[in-house]
Design a binder for this molecule. Structure first.
Ligand SMILES: C[S@@+](CC[C@H](N)C(=O)[O-])C[C@H]1O[C@@H](n2cnc3c(N)ncnc32)[C@H](O)[C@@H]1O
Length: 249
């Protein structure tokens, strides 16, 4: 399954009222949104036919989230689904994730693009291949080390995989508090030390397992008043049985 097809299925299963997209380019992934959407990209040029009520911002994600009220376009309501597909350098992906989680509902999902390079060249920080994942892959190890409360689910879509995060906690500041430490620990020079298990996708869930899992029922049936801890507990109970080790415990 292609990454965009999986994202389309997630839109169908979750029916997000509010969607955040970092990295819009021509609007191919934004075209999947049906409700309200916020798109951020300093160089977007929309060619796709859009079907959502969209607010587009021609700026970097760092600048967007440094504004006083990043939720102004949604009237203060959090996102239900966020897709992170901006600059694929590890520290940018980390900041995008920190910012996206702050403004996404605990009942929501964050999906990151291009976390499974197919070879070391594709993962280089200095781009020299046509298809490029950069070192975004490092975010998987970071989350397994620093966020054992999150469900971290690598999905083996084509061509370069996705990472699904659920059990979000907008009030969790571990990644922001340890940002400098994490960057110095995980940012590596080229050639990138991509783990063999990741290149071979041993760790990746088949798309059909994730789409057919009970995760979507748990998230859809959670109440708006449910806090992160309650949702994390339900997500963990369901995924531990259905998908195996998606938690760092
Ligand atoms: C891979 S493309 C996005 C493709 C799009 N999501 C799709 O699937 O159709 C990456 C985009 O990230 C944008 N970008 C680069 N640096 C960025 C930044 N700092 N903040 C937000 N977007 C950025 C680029 O301009 C580019 O359009």
């Amino acid at each position: 399954m292609r990454s965009l097809e999986l994202l389309a299925e997630v839109h169908r299963l979750l029916e997000p009222e509010r969607y955040l997209e970092i990295g819009v380019r021509r609007g191919n992934s934004l075209a999947l949104a049906r409700g309200q959407a916020v798109g951020i990209d300093p160089r977007y040029s929309i060619e796709a036919e859009l079907h959502c009520q969209v607010a587009l911002f021609r700026t970097t994600s760092d600048d967007y989230f440094s504004q006083p009220d990043p939720l102004a376009p949604t009237g203060g309501r959090p996102f239900d689904l966020a897709f992170i597909d901006g600059l694929h350098l590890f520290e940018f992906v980390l900041r995008d994730l920190i910012n996206a989680e702050r403004f996404t509902s605990p009942r929501g999902v964050i999906i990151l693009h291009d976390v499974m390079p197919r070879n070391v060249d594709e993962a280089a920080r200095v781009k020299h291949t046509r298809m490029w994942t950069g070192d975004a892959y490092q975010i998987i190890a970071v989350l397994r080390t620093y966020r054992p409360d999150l469900a971290v689910v690598p999905i083996g879509t084509q061509p370069t995989g996705l990472l699904l995060l659920a059990g979000l906690d907008p009030s969790n500041t571990v990644l922001a508090d340890r940002y400098d430490q994490i960057v110095s620990e995980f940012r590596a020079t080229d050639p990138q030390p991509v783990p063999a298990d990741l290149l071979d996708r041993f760790d990746a869930q088949p798309p059909a397992h994730v789409l057919g899992s009970g995760l979507w029922d748990v998230l859809r049936s959670a109440a708006e008043s449910d806090g992160p801890a309650a949702i994390q507990e339900q997500v963990a109970a369901r995924l531990a049985v259905e998908l195996g080790p998606v938690y760092a415990r």
